[in-house]
Design a protein around this ligand. Structure first.
Ligand SMILES: C[S@@+](CC[C@H](N)C(=O)[O-])C[C@H]1O[C@@H](n2cnc3c(N)ncnc32)[C@H](O)[C@@H]1O
Length: 188
């Protein structure tokens, strides 16, 4: 049964910045996640923007009833968005789930990173403008991450290394647009 969390999301002022995926769509995506036996679920958002997607994934995972603690990591190239997300995230994470969630935002270009934190279990990303070179670099970082189980992206991943678990039509906030997101599982 879903845990009562109250209104974790959108209880801070601010409209959609770039058409974030809606909470309901993220709920559908998390249904396809697999979970390792670790004590923690560690989600990384590559291009974490204002932090909404990270918080929404955390809420949906808590709703699934997991007792695991959740670690959120964002990488964001824009200094302004990284700063904004550090203000927004504590407001989105209500008091009653603060004990369950740790988070940090790195203001960084993912292209310059040589690895992701080793404990990352799930990686999400959403951008229409990521270049093929950037996507290839992200995929390599994710593939070499030892604990990583699932990725969610609006881009396709190579079948050689990833099994497609689901293709989910997702709604974007403040838009009638529907965009396909893919949930992949790393091949073992
Ligand atoms: C469409 S937004 C998505 C934000 C967030 N994931 C969400 O859905 O709420 C994509 C973000 O990726 C960031 N970004 C683009 N290139 C990046 C890079 N090379 N490294 C880190 N972040 C990047 C952009 O600045 C932007 O904030």
């Amino acid at each position: 049964m879903a845990r009562e969390l109250g209104n974790l999301c959108y209880n801070v002022p601010g409209e959609s910045i770039y058409g974030e995926i809606t909470l309901n769509s993220i709920r559908q995506l998390t249904q396809y996640f697999s979970f390792p036996d670790d004590d923690w679920i560690h989600i990384v958002d590559i291009g974490s923007g204002a932090g909404y997607m990270l918080c929404n994934f955390a809420q949906c995972l808590l709703e699934l009833g997991s007792e695991r603690k959740i670690h959120l990591t964002g990488y964001e190239i824009s200094a302004e968005r990284a700063r904004l997300s550090r203000e927004i995230i504590p407001q989105l994470l209500e008091k009653d789930c603060k004990d369950m969630i740790e988070w940090e935002i790195y203001q960084a270009d993912i292209q310059k990173q040589t690895m992701l934190p080793r404990t990352v279990t799930h990686a999400v990303s959403f951008d229409k403008t990521f270049t093929p070179a950037l996507l290839a670099h992200m995929e390599k970082l994710q593939r070499s991450c030892p604990s990583l189980t699932n990725v969610v992206s609006n881009h396709k991943y190579p079948e050689k290394y990833w099994d497609l678990v689901a293709r989910v039509p997702c709604k974007l906030r403040g838009s009638s647009q529907v965009m396909s997101f893919f949930v992949y599982k790393k091949k073992t």
